[in-house]
Ligand binder design. Sequence first.
Ligand code: PEP
Ligand code: MG
Length: 760
Amino acid sequence: MLETLRRIVGEVGRARDLTMALEAIVRGVREALDVAVCSVYLVPRAKVGDPDAPLMLMATEGLSRKAVGRVSLSPDEGLVGLVAQRAESINLDNAPQHPRYKHIANIGEEPYHAFLGAPILLRGEVLGVLVVQDRESRRFSDDQESFLVTLAAQLASSIVQAELSEAVAHPPSSRKKVVGEAIRGVPGAAGVASGIAVVVYPQADLEAVPDRRCDDPEAELARLKAAREAVRAELAALRQGMAQRLPEEECVLFDAFTMMLGSESLFAGMERRIRAGLWAPAALRDTIREHAAVFEGMDDDYLRQRAEDVRDVGARLLEQLQEVENGVRDYPERTILVGREITVTHLAALPEGRLAGIVSARGSSSSHVALLARALGVPAVMGASELPVERLDRREMVIDGYRGVVHVEPRGTLREELERLVREEAQLSAELATLRDAPAITPDGTRVHLYVNVGLLADMAPANNVGAEGIGLYRTEIPFQVRDNFPGEEEQTRIYREALAAYAPRPAVLRTLDVGGDKPLGYFPINEDNPFLGWRGVRLTLDHPEIFLTQVRAMLRANKGLGNLRILLPMISGVGELEQALELIDQAHVELREDGLNGEAVQVGVMVEVPSAVYQIDALARRVDFLSVGTNDLTQYLLAVDRNNARVAPLYDSLHPAVLRAIHDIVTGGRRAGRPVSVCGELAGDPLGALILLGFGIDSLSMSAGSLPRIKRVIRSVPLKHARLLAWEALACERGDEVRAMLRAALRDYGLGGLIRGDE
Ligand code: PEP
Ligand code: MG
């Protein structure tokens, strides 16, 4: 059953439009459960979430096909409506006897008695109902019921994706009031921008290849032909190499691959698609899918496995096609990078000044790409999991990073509205730029120091342009991530010196390596079931003192003659770890002095981002010079919500009263010990968060360069006296939503509504 389930889900996931997806479902389920009828009813997309939304019959095997798209039931009608209302499955041996049974004329369900319906739910909302029916009066078995329920649960996301894919492929041509698809994700970086999508995808991943038009089919065919010859030569070489090591019968595998390459039907399929206007990689993708599906549908186990071989040949061809493609990308003036997962390398490939925005199907507002987007000052939408990525290349889009929404080719009044937002956004940026040299002082005279978070050399320049008072967090793992081995002491010294020199004499806080969790090092793989609770941050570097000592020595050497270095320790969970790290820092000093190099004392601080540190704040504060609150991890660990998981993103709330209480306790703990407290997590760059932190009496805030001007504006507008009252009121709230509503209202009263547009 599990295999069948996977097959159906896979087929639905690959469908190019909703009709194909739904047909694959009803066909697959009817066959798998050996029943007479399988049907899918869906709620119109615009009405999902509305308890009165109707359910329309969208596909069926077994009932009258003429009824598809015609029969619609309200939720208080029939058993289908009851499944939707209850949002749970209903299994009946004799449906017509049930009080909620409703006879529908001309649908052809008279002969059927057994009824099993399962809701199709996405994030708690009913998208539709999946129904199977059979003639005789009998209850469906527990196994059948659990199959249908499991399948329905897994289908929701694919259905939405197929729906969106169809909608963006065939945008309505009429100039009706509001058209243009809105695709929901979560806010990644504030701002609204319009531009042209450029889809980026992992190399050699056939499934990730986007659609793209080709203007010159002959050239595409020639490209394909060259790729085919190259793969043929590659396979011949492989076979020859293997012949010495493997018995002949194992080597025939290569012959099978070569035969596949010679298959005329495979290449005829690609040619047809290319002549219809598709570029070679997408023609390859679709043809391979089609051929693999034929093998997958076979009963014979051996033949079914051959689907993998077809995909293998497809991947090899793709790799060859990409050899030619590499380096010849042209990026439009206003590029919006779109992908399932966007990496630092994708960003680096873009010529300067072309990036207008980022849309990623995975990740959330605290993923590193979102942090980078904020550093670069471009809007980003994250976790748009239903994004039909492969359909979006070169499409015009407007992204709203405040709300986390993407509009593909918006028209009519929606377009006008979005254009207005883009204009207002530009105006806001221009206004904020005038504050560059103004200090962050509240109207009643309290100064809050504003620093920037950096990591890439690329964000050093924008950071220096926004009038920051120094670096509040330099994430040293980023230069480690973009290399292919550990940088040595000399190289690290050079990297850190550049950062320190760019800001001297203003302070620069360099954090020791915080790899692990969501920050992997390709050359130092860590495979763990629970990486966020595993070997990350200081835990790893204390187990590898040689890495820690090299890094600290490099930092101290880089500080020579500058004197603005401060060292920050990530992921401290107790006094023992802190003492060990401090001893190693002392050791690095001693070693450098012995070597006649710089060993000048520097300030050391701890990140407070693990809940245990909140409860030991006095003991920790006593041992260091300053505290820096990492609200990204603190929120994740306090609320037990993965900061990168879009599925639980609505639960990830740094304004949750429990998180605010913890921050308040850290600030008061720091004050008791006479140590300054800063916040360097994303909450510091959120206008609502900054308001609360100001009220708690925070000494400094460190954030992405893109956020700094907004936060300065907030601080210069709201008197400390009022911020304190708001902070107390927030601590008395029981839910994050209440805190948010109250702070929103306050910012609006100060005329700062434009800074929090998405929260309206
Ligand atoms: C944090 O956890 O809040 C933080 C600033 O560190 P990072 O996002 O790098 O984990
Ligand atoms: Mg952290």
